[in-house]
Design a protein around this ligand. Sequence first.
Ligand code: HEC
Length: 157
Amino acid sequence: MNRNLLVSAALLLALAAAGCGGNKAEDSGAAAPPPASAPGAVTVPADLDNGPRAGESPVDEALAGLGEGLFKTKGCTACHAFGTRLSGPDLNGVAMRRTARWMEWQILHPDLMIKQDPISKSLFATYALQMAKQGLTPDQARSVIEFLKKKTKEAGK
Ligand code: HEC
C-alpha cells in the first residue's frame, strides 16, 4: 500500500516536472514576437479626417441593420448614446463631424488613436477616459459606421 502510494507520488512529480519544462520552452518562444507585431509599430495616418464627412455618402441599409445589432452586442451602448452624453461622447450627428475612415480607426484602434491622433487626443482630454477596444473586425466596424450614418441622417444632421 505504502509502496504504491510512493510510486504514484513519484510518477506525479515526474509528470509535473515534464509539464513545466514543456511550458517553459513555449513561453520563451512567445517572448520574442516578430518586429512587425511589436506594440507601437503602427503609425496612425495623419490624414484620417481629410475629405468628405461620412454622412455625405448614401447609407447602405443592409449594413446599417447589421451595425445596429453590433452597436448593442459589442458594448458600445455602455459608453455611448444618441442625444445624451454618457461616459463617452454623444454620437448624435457624429457622421457629419468625422470621415468614415477616421471612425474606422477610432473603433478598431482606440488605444493608438488617443496616443497619436489630434482629434482623439482632444476628446480624451474632455472625457478623461480611453475608449475600450471592442474587438470588431474591419467589416463589423464598417457596418457600425453605416448605422452611425443612418442615425445622423435620422437626426437631420
Ligand atoms: C469604455 C467606454 C467606451 C466604449 C465601450 C466605447 N467607446 Fe467610443 N468613445 C469613448 C470615449 C471616452 C471616446 C473619446 C475618445 C477617447 O477618449 O478614447 C470615444 C469616442 C468614440 C467616437 C468618436 C466620437 C466623436 O465625437 O468624434 C466614436 C465614433 C466611437 N467612440 C464609437 C464607438 C463604438 C462604435 C463603440 C463600440 C464598438 C464604442 N465607441 C465603444 C468611450 C467608449
